[in-house]
Design a binder for this molecule. Sequence first.
Ligand code: CP3
Length: 361
Amino acid sequence: MNNNPDSPTMTAPPISEPVFIRTLKGEAIDPPPVWMMRQAGRYLPEYRKVRKNAGSFLDLCYDPALACEVTLQPIRRYGFDAAIVFADILLIPDGLGQDVAFKEGEGPVLSPVDSAKAFAGLSMDRVHETVGPVYETLRLTRKGLPPETALIGFCGAPWTVATYMVGGRGSPDQKAARLAAYRRETWFGGLIDLLVEASVEYLVRQVEAGAQALQIFDTWAGNLAPGEYQRWCVEPVCDMVDALKSRVPDVPVIGFPRGCGAAYAEFAGATGVDAVSLDTSVDMAWASSSIPADVVLQGNLDPLAVVAGGRELDHAVDCILEAMEGRAFVFNLGHGLIPETPVDNVARVIERVRARGARHS
Ligand code: CP3
């Protein structure tokens, strides 16, 4: 045994953090790390195979071995820099006791929480028991991932989750939730507070189970008038980030207030997130000059460009890379991959991102 403290055997080997995590901590790395929202899903034949035999979508989310398998599928196929745990933003409503089902061709269907009485039927008592399989999926997935691949945990932002809970299904205008919000229904405010509390605990437990970064999806942030956006998107996410920064301070948090336009410039400062994920409508040159340099950016390739492929796809990738040069940046989409995406086009994007970075180094 070697007892000399100066000898190399006594020095801990440098633990190299995944490039995705280094980027989220502010380092500009060339080529940038790349992953894609909805990278596990129906565009992959290997996903469709597992999905077919898994029963319902919720059954798949709550089966750690299968959920781990579909989380790893896009990593094996493409070597993304990060994996996102296979789950859904609507598991929290399920955990709170709402009836949640995913219907073929229809999307999510929930028993609406649209009154004080329905709100009173929700309970925090069983949330973590219900969503417990997600923590197990994270543990299994971390074991199955190469060390250079980061593992992302996630949840929906309170506003977006509330739009489904109140409306009972997806809608183009989120009318039911927006009306309850404008009317300042006491139960609506209570619902947002409940979601903040449940989601923080959910994310902290995801970190304990192996998540190394967290993303908060606010898919429907963009349909709110400025004052409403401030009250129902910025404030709850700010409360969540405050709590996360005190409980899991080293874990980077990505915010995705989809569609919030010029408000992206202030979002990180207002909420405390480390990074913002930009949707497809944002001009990355604008983002680079308008969002403070210490905010890490992620985005924002149009998922339809990935469906179309060809030169336009290459061009779209190049424009984003050019605008993001010199910034801490994670290459991603502006929204999730859609089922008709050709698998080869996903590979083409990754190759282009990495080849370009290599030319620059
Ligand atoms: O790969 C990943 O990104 C991880 C898994 C993931 C899913 N949903 C799996 C899923 C993530 C991160 C989500 C987030 C999610 N879920 C959001 C926010 C991001 C976004 O897309 O805007 C929202 C709004 C939901 C709610 C949701 N889940 C809807 C509206 C639907 C139906 C529409 C659709 O795309 O099918 C889902 C179902 C869902 N979630 C599927 C997957 C793979 C498809 C279900 C299936 O395979 O049968």
